[in-house]
Design a protein around this ligand. Structure first.
Ligand code: GLN
Length: 523
């Protein structure tokens, strides 16, 4: 089921195999009909992750990149929509040679072709393919059929790993194996038998339950791997390695056994668990409720980037979600982040928080929308432009300091929304002497984008005259990529049109996050 930890499990297996010197890549299969994740809102999908090539995808791709320390691309993402689109385009181009094109076998064959494409592009020894959704539901049936056909073709080269969930009965705290047993039965009905089961539960699996699963599901006990909740997701590879998972995988794939080198990870996990000094960060954003619950993963990469930077500086991050619609006391935070977003709900709350950070000299990092709102706040309070706004928030604002990128207007008129924002990696030139230049330690950077609006060039001179520094610009000088306040006036006030959180890695935190957290720890 969703949220059980398939993504982290996949990424962790990748990390271990990589540490054994194998070249690993990963493919995420999302069963929805959307061609990519870009057209869904956060309550539907959680965070939309953006790759270097601009592909908008599931946040699991973020986990893969963070765990594998490698950039992925469009080929690493498959959905029902992308598969059907390829098949239909081929059919229209007469690529099926007059055949009747059918759901089976042509859809699963396309899936296999797309998996091969990723394997070839990434020159992979091993491709991890994560099938999203739950076994037994209609949505992912054709992907399981693809797995069956692939396994039929190259039986020795395909392994099936089931991530099973073991609930704990609340009345007596007993760990129950039955849902996992039934998941295996259901998987069997698609023609697949798991080679390995990862038993996800809040607690470790005991010997008795391991035996029970092995017996009832037809597996060797060594192939039932306990995967309990751990304090940090970065501990998962260590846990799985200790449980012997990678050796079982190599053995079953007829690959020779080899040592894994997880020293770096062991070191950093120790640091994660033992850091004493806290740094308190408030993320001021829209509150996303689903029924009686709150969606927590809409800004996953931002949270991970804050963690990476904090671990790097040997700090324990305390990260709070601050509802911009109902602003609370911001005094307890050492740093404030206003992340990306869309639309006009709760905007004034975010602007209020930015003003607070600017005037009280609390380290501030604005990401995409957060940067645009920082420009609006500055224009209103310091720049004398009382009506300053973004045309995204108020179409007829007399002072549009943030306006739509002209090319975007054209696309929207044609109702071309999917994959048409300014997406993916673009370069920016950094101003000498700026905080940005100091953080990145180079003159030119590339970072990933996802936006339709930009700082309106007509207001730049005026804002600069009032003290706002545009320290990062597109090479043609037209697009403002970074704004900041001079260090003489504020310990750290930086906003970026791009999303620095998307490139942050555990061993290599994004430089702006690093400097932001460093400033926050001095509060
Ligand atoms: N809504 C803003 C824009 O489209 C910011 C987007 C974002 O934060 N990703 O430009």
């Amino acid at each position: 089921m969703s949220g059980v930890g398939k993504g982290v499990a996949t990424a962790s297996i990748g990390r271990i195999l990589k540490s054994k010197g194998l070249n690993v890549t990963a493919v995420k299969i999302d069963p929805y009909v959307n061609v990519d994740a870009g057209t869904m809102n956060p309550t539907e999908h959680g965070e939309v992750f953006v790759l270097e090539d601009g592909w908008e995808c599931d946040q699991d791709l973020g986990n893969y990149e963070r765990f594998l320390d490698k950039n992925l691309s469009k080929v690493n993402c498959i959905t029902t929509g992308s598969t059907y689109l390829s098949v239909i385009n081929k059919e229209r181009a007469l690529k099926y040679g007059g055949k009747c094109v059918e759901v089976v076998p042509h859809i699963p064959l396309q899936v296999i072709e797309d998996i091969n494409k990723a394997a070839r592009k990434d020159k992979a020894d091993i491709v991890l393919i994560e099938v999203g959704g739950t076994v037994g539901e209609y949505q992912n049936l054709l992907f399981l059929e693809a797995a069956r056909m692939l396994k039929l073709k190259i039986p020795k080269d395909v392994l099936i790993i089931l991530v099973g969930y073991l609930p704990i009965r609340s009345k007596d705290n007993e760990l129950k194996t039955k849902p996992t047993q039934y998941a295996v039965r259901t998987l069997n009905s698609t023609g697949l038998q798991p080679d390995i089961i990862l038993a996800r539960a809040a607690v470790p699996l005991d010997k008795k339950r391991k035996e029970k699963i092995a017996l009832n599901c037809g597996l060797d006990e060594r192939d039932v791997i306990s995967a309990p909740d751990v304090e940090s997701i970065y501990e998962v590879p260590l846990y799985l390695e200790k449980a012997g998972l990678s050796e079982r995988i190599l053995h079953k794939l007829n690959l020779r056994s080899r040592e894994s080198d997880l020293k770096d990870l062991i070191k950093i996990v120790y640091r994660i668990k033992h850091a004493k000094d806290e740094v308190r960060i408030g993320i001021v954003g829209k509150y996303f409720g689903t029924g009686d619950f709150v969606l927590t993963d809409a800004y996953l990469s931002v949270i991970e980037a804050i963690k990476h930077a904090s671990y790097f500086l040997n700090k324990r991050p305390i990260i709070d979600w601050v509802n911009a619609g109902k602003l609370q006391d911001l005094q307890k935070y050492d740093g404030i982040v206003v992340p990306g977003g869309f639309g006009s709900r709760d905007i004034e709350g975010k602007i209020w928080a930015i003003r607070y950070a600017r005037e009280k000299k609390v380290p501030f990092l604005g990401l995409c929308y957060g940067m645009q709102l920082a420009v609006i706040e500055f224009a209103r309070t310091v720049g004398g432009l009382k009506e300053a706004n973004s045309t995204e928030i108020r179409k007829d604002t007399p002072q549009p300091v943030i306006d739509i990128i002209p090319d975007q207007l054209r696309r929207i008129k044609m109702e071309k929304y999917g994959g048409t924002m300014r997406l993916g990696a673009y370069p920016a030139l950094l101003e000498r002497g700026s905080i940005a230049r100091f953080a990145y330690k180079k003159d030119q950077i590339t970072e990933r984008h996802r936006h339709r609006y930009e700082v309106n060039p007509e207001y730049i001179k005026r804002l600069e005259a009032k003290g706002l520094v545009f320290s990062g610009k597109s090479p043609d000088g037209i697009l403002m990529e970074i704004v900041e306040l001079p260090r003489s006036q504020h310990p750290f006030f930086v906003g970026t049109q791009f999303h620095p959180e998307l490139t942050s890695k555990l061993f290599n935190p994004n430089p702006l996050f690093r400097e932001f957290i460093r400033a926050a720890t001095k509060q």
